[in-house]
Design a protein around this ligand. Structure first.
Ligand SMILES: C[S@@+](CC[C@H](N)C(=O)[O-])C[C@H]1O[C@@H](n2cnc3c(N)ncnc32)[C@H](O)[C@@H]1O
Length: 275
């Protein structure tokens, strides 16, 4: 079965959005931003974003975090907002440099940024450890790396009323095989440690997904799109498919969302770097 969630379609090797998926991807990215932005802004405030800073927002999607960072760093600061695909990126104020940039293949300026941030990006990139090393190189001494990434195992395996539970597990299993590392969020702390980053901290948060709310709609839309294909493939009887869709649209329905893990590390100040 082919499922498209998170911009990875079919058996594509790398992240990519097919032309007929552009509209749904735009909706999905804006729901993701609406759901995650408040927590991300609190996280970045805790790490510290000051006027005049140079900041990298990698895999920016719509650019909602870049726009917030631009306000915080002010006219003397700079935000570099990159993505491999800029079709969904909003217009930005003058202190934001928007770049089409493949995190795995393209270069970044060395020792340049006070802060680098990527949300729901590393898990999609096969060369994720190399990308983190590039981000560390791009940080100034004492600069902060903030990576928010998913941990999908509990989300995929949770118990739900049948037949919705079976449909959910089938679609989640197919989707997880396309997310390059569906539990990357759990591993980022170790990768940062191996890179010599310090003051490490990792915290997870889980949202409850409900119908007609941004936190859940990205997944409910994916299920709705997958169900006809499951029926066609003979994996789910038509009557079960209809019941499953009714169950997840019932007004009181709620389920566990994916865990998002925010990992923070700091590059050693120059005086602390070992020879
Ligand atoms: C799930 S979306 C997250 C978007 C945004 N960070 C957010 O949280 O709202 C993943 C983003 O990573 C981008 N991406 C995937 N592979 C990439 C790569 N190799 N280099 C740069 N961006 C990439 C995608 O184009 C997409 O915008």
């Amino acid at each position: 079965m082919t499922v498209t969630i998170g911009g990875v379609s079919g058996t594509a090797e790398r992240y990519g959005v097919a032309d007929d998926e552009v509209d749904i991807e735009r909706v999905r990215l804006s729901m993701l931003a609406r759901t995650l932005d408040p927590g991300t802004f609190r996280l970045l405030e805790r790490v510290g974003v000051e006027p005049g800073m140079h900041v990298l927002e990698m895999g920016a999607g719509t650019g909602s975090v870049s726009a917030w960072l631009a306000e915080r760093v002010g006219p003397q600061g700079r935000v570099m907002s990159t993505d491999i695909d800029l079709r969904f990126h909003a217009d930005m104020p003058p202190n934001v440099i928007v770049r089409q940039h493949d995190a795995a293949r393209d270069r970044l300026p060395a020792q340049h940024f006070h802060l680098v941030h990527a949300r729901a990006v590393i898990q999609h990139i096969p060369e994720r450890v190399e990308v983190l090393a590039k981000l560390a190189d791009a940080l100034r001494p004492a600069g902060a790396m903030v990576i928010e990434d998913g941990a999908m195992a509990e989300f995929a395996e949770q118990t739900l009323p049948e037949p919705l539970g079976s449909v959910h597990r089938m679609v989640a299993t197919a989707a997880m095989s396309q997310w390059r590392d569906p539990n990357a969020g759990v591993r980022v702390l170790g990768w940062m440690r191996d890179l010599g980053l310090q003051d490490l901290d990792a915290r997870g948060s889980v949202r409850i997904m409900r119908p007609r709310e941004a936190s859940g709609e990205w997944w409910f839309l994916a299920l709705e799109r997958a169900v006809p294909r499951l029926v066609e493939a003979g994996a789910v009887p038509e009557s079960d498919a209809a019941t499953a869709l009714e169950q997840m649209r019932a007004p009181g329905f709620a389920m566990l969302g994916p865990t998002s893990i925010a990992t923070i590390g700091r590059k050693p100040a120059s005086s602390e770097v070992q020879p």
